[in-house]
Design a protein around this ligand. Structure first.
Ligand code: TUI
Length: 316
C-alpha cells in the first residue's frame, strides 16, 4: 500500500489531489474525489468571495472528508477569496499561476496547509522559506497555464531543492505515470485531465467527448505572446487564436486578449467546443472512459503498485 506523508498528514486514503481546474473543479467534482479517498479541490478561479463561499458550503454538504481550494493568483478577486478560505475553515489551499507570497502569513497563521504550484526550483525554495507545507511541481505536459520544464525534468530537481514534500503534476493519467513520479522522489500526485471525465465532473458532455477522442498530438500551447501560455486541445478556436498570435502586425495584444475572454467557460459550461477553448494535458489521449472518481483513483494506485512491485513498500 502506497502511503506517504501526504495522505497521512491530510487524512486521505491515497496521496492524490484533483487539480483545481477553472470552470471544472466545482463542489460536485471536489466532493466526489474526496469521498473517493483523494483530496478534492474547488477552483476559486475568477469567482468572487461570495461565489466561492457558496461553493464551499455546497461541498461541505456533499462530503465529510477533507477538501481544498485552489486560488488562481491572476484572478481579480484573489484578495477576497484569500480571506474566504480562512473564514470557512479550509484546511488545504493550493495556488497557481503566480507567487502567493503576500498571503502566506495569513494562511499559515490560520492553520491552513499551503501547497503552491511551482514551475521552478527557485519558487519552490522561496515557498519553503515562507512556510509552505509542500509544493506541487507541475510540468508543462499539464493542461491550462503551463511552465517551461517537463515533469520528468522538474520533479527531481524540486525534490533536491527543498526539504518539504513534493507533489508531482503534469502528464499523469495512469498507474505507470503515478509509479514514475514516486520513483522521481514525489510524495504524491496531482491529476487533472483524467478527472475531467469523472462521473462527478459536471462539465458539458461535448467537452468530455473532446478528451475521450483526443489523440497524442492533439494539444497545443497558445498564449505565449501575452506571457500566459495555456495548453488546450487543437480545434477551430486554437487555429484562429494561433493565427492572430503569430501576426502581431495585424492583431494587437488587446485584440488577442479579447479573443481569449470567456472561451473556457464557453467550452466547459455551454459545451460550445467550436468557439470555446478545451483545456487539457498531453495525456488526454490516454483517457478513454467516463467513470466514477473512485474507480479512477483505485485504478491509478492498483496499477502503480503493480509497477512498483517490491519498491512500492519503500514509498514513504
Ligand atoms: O494555474 C495553473 N493552471 C491554470 S490557471 C488557468 S486560468 C488562466 N487563464 C488564462 C491565462 C492564464 C491562466 C488555467 N490553468 N496551473 C498551475 C501553474 N502555476 N502552472 C504554472 C504555474 C505558475 C507559473 C508561474 C506558478 C507560479 C509562477 O510564478 C511566477 C512567479 O511569480 O515567480
Amino acid at each position: 500500500m502506497i502511503s506517504t506523508v501526504i495522505n497521512e498528514e491530510l487524512n486521505l486514503e491515497f496521496p492524490i489531489f484533483q487539480g483545481g481546474m477553472a470552470w471544472v473543479a466545482d463542489a460536485s467534482l471536489a466532493a466526489g474525489v474526496s469521498n473517493a479517498g483523494g483530496l478534492g479541490i474547488i477552483a476559486a478561479m475568477n469567482s468572487n468571495g461570495e461565489q466561492l463561499r457558496a461553493e464551499i458550503k455546497k461541498c461541505k454538504e456533499l462530503t465529510d472528508k477533507p477538501f481544498g481550494v485552489n486560488i488562481m493568483l491572476m484572478s481579480p478577486f484573489a484578495d477576497e477569496v484569500a480571506d474566504v478560505v480562512v473564514e470557512e475553515g479550509i484546511k488545504v489551499v493550493t495556488t497557481g499561476a503566480g507567487n502567493p507570497g503576500k498571503y502566506m502569513d495569513k494562511w499559515t497563521g490560520a492553520g491552513i496547509k499551503v501547497i503552491p504550484v511551482v514551475p521552478s526550483t527557485a519558487l519552490a525554495r522561496r515557498m519553503e522559506k515562507l512556510g509552505a507545507f509542500a509544493v506541487i511541481a507541475e510540468g508543462g505536459e499539464s493542461g491550462g497555464h503551463v511552465g517551461d520544464l517537463t515533469t520528468m525534468a522538474l520533479v527531481p530537481q524540486v525534490v533536491d531543492a527543498v526539504n518539504i514534500p513534493v507533489i508531482a503534476a503534469g502528464g499523469i493519467a495512469d498507474g505507470r505515470q503515478v509509479a514514475a513520479c514516486f520513483m522521481l522522489g514525489a510524495s504524491g500526485v496531482q491529476v487533472g485531465t483524467r478527472f475531467l471525465v469523472a462521473k462527478e465532473c459536471t462539465i458539458a458532455q461535448e467537452y468530455k467527448d473532446k478528451i475521450l477522442k483526443a489523440k497524442d498530438i492533439d494539444t497545443v500551447v497558445t498564449g505565449k505572446r501575452l506571457g500566459h501560455p495555456v495548453r488546450c486541445i487543437k480545434g477551430s478556436y486554437t487555429r484562429e487564436y494561433t493565427k492572430m498570435e503569430y501576426d502581431s502586425t495585424t492583431y494587437s495584444d488587446e485584440e488577442l486578449e479579447a479573443k481569449g475572454a470567456g472561451v473556457l467557460r464557453l467550452a466547459a459550461r455551454e459545451g460550445d467546443v467550436k468557439n470555446g477553448c478545451v483545456l487539457a494535458g498531453q495525456v488526454a489521449s490516454m483517457v478513454t472512459k467516463e467513470e466514477p472518481a473512485r474507480d479512477i483513483i483505485v485504478d491509478l494506485f492498483t496499477k502503480a503498485e503493480e509497477v512498483l512491485g517490491g519498491a512500492g513498500k519503500w514509498v514513504k
